[in-house]
Write a protein that binds this ligand. Structure first.
Ligand SMILES: Nc1ncnc2c1ncn2[C@@H]1O[C@H](COP(=O)(O)OP(=O)(O)OP(=O)(O)O)[C@@H](O)[C@H]1O
Length: 234
């Protein structure tokens, strides 16, 4: 389980996360929603170790990891796909996927059928393997970014607005791949998302953030999207 308890974080003097409690159980899909600027990205970065927390706890499978650097958390099973995807545009699709491999150093039981597994999940990438990532469409780039995260063989996959700027047919492909990632690879997913229909179709549970705090949580199956729409203000 990934568990956050009483997490606070700031940029300089400006506090942006307030006493955040959140958990993602094994192989669970959880979505985190809220308006722009409420702190969702900061929370993902705090979980991965890319942004320091000022107090609170981040636990991964019971172990406290809040003092661990980002690379150590990656080795402990956390993978992060940032908003904007963070690809290397001048490297090929295949080279981008291989960038995930160093996270496997020193890991016993690492799979060696990578990135074939990724090409199986996202067949279009197989045809594009030699193309420069910067020349791909937004949806294809998102698939590369998710694929690169999977190369690290995570237990927990954190995704920041994967559908942003992507056409609906590709969103469906991404949803189908994420569902397989959960079911077949047993990877838990924490999804930051503004596109509620997608988030609700995919996730079991949701958290809502407002001004740096978690203000509501529940089961997506028991909560119509219209009940949480007001938190997005659209
Ligand atoms: N590097 C930074 N330095 C200072 N303040 C920042 C920095 N990054 C974000 N902030 C501020 O922290 C707050 C939370 O931002 P954050 O990006 O985490 O929100 P978000 O919910 O992910 O929004 P978005 O969907 O727009 O990315 C905002 O008020 C933002 O202006």
């Amino acid at each position: 389980m990934l568990k956050l308890e009483g997490v606070n974080a700031a940029y300089g003097q400006s506090q942006v996360l307030w006493d955040v409690h959140l958990e993602v159980r094994d192989a669970e899909a959880v979505t985190l929603i809220g308006r722009n600027g409420v702190g969702k990205t900061t929370l993902l970065r705090a979980i991965t170790g890319l942004h320091p927390i000022t107090s609170g706890q981040v636990r991964l499978n019971g172990e406290h990891v809040q003092q661990d650097p980002a690379y150590a958390r990656a080795r402990s099973g956390l993978a992060y796909v940032p908003q904007g995807r963070g690809l290397f545009p001048h490297l090929t699709v295949h080279e981008n996927l291989l960038m995930g491999l160093p996270a496997l150093n020193g890991r016993p039981n690492a799979r060696h059928d990578l990135p074939e597994l990724i090409y199986d999940l996202f067949p279009i990438l197989h045809d594009m393997a030699g193309r420069k990532a910067g020349n791909l469409s937004g949806g294809q780039q998102q698939q590369v970014a998710i694929g690169r995260a999977l190369v690290t063989q995570p237990r927990y996959l954190l995704l920041d607005e994967p559908t942003e700027g992507i056409q609906p047919s590709i969103v469906q492909e991404i949803e189908a791949a994420l569902t397989r990632i959960r079911r077949e690879l047993r990877v838990a997913v924490l999804l930051v998302e503004q596109y509620l229909d997608f988030a609700w179709a995919f996730a079991d549970r949701y958290y809502v953030m407002q001004k740096g705090r978690v203000v509501e949580t529940g089961l997506t199956a028991e909560t119509p999207t219209r009940d949480v729409q007001r938190y997005l203000g659209v």
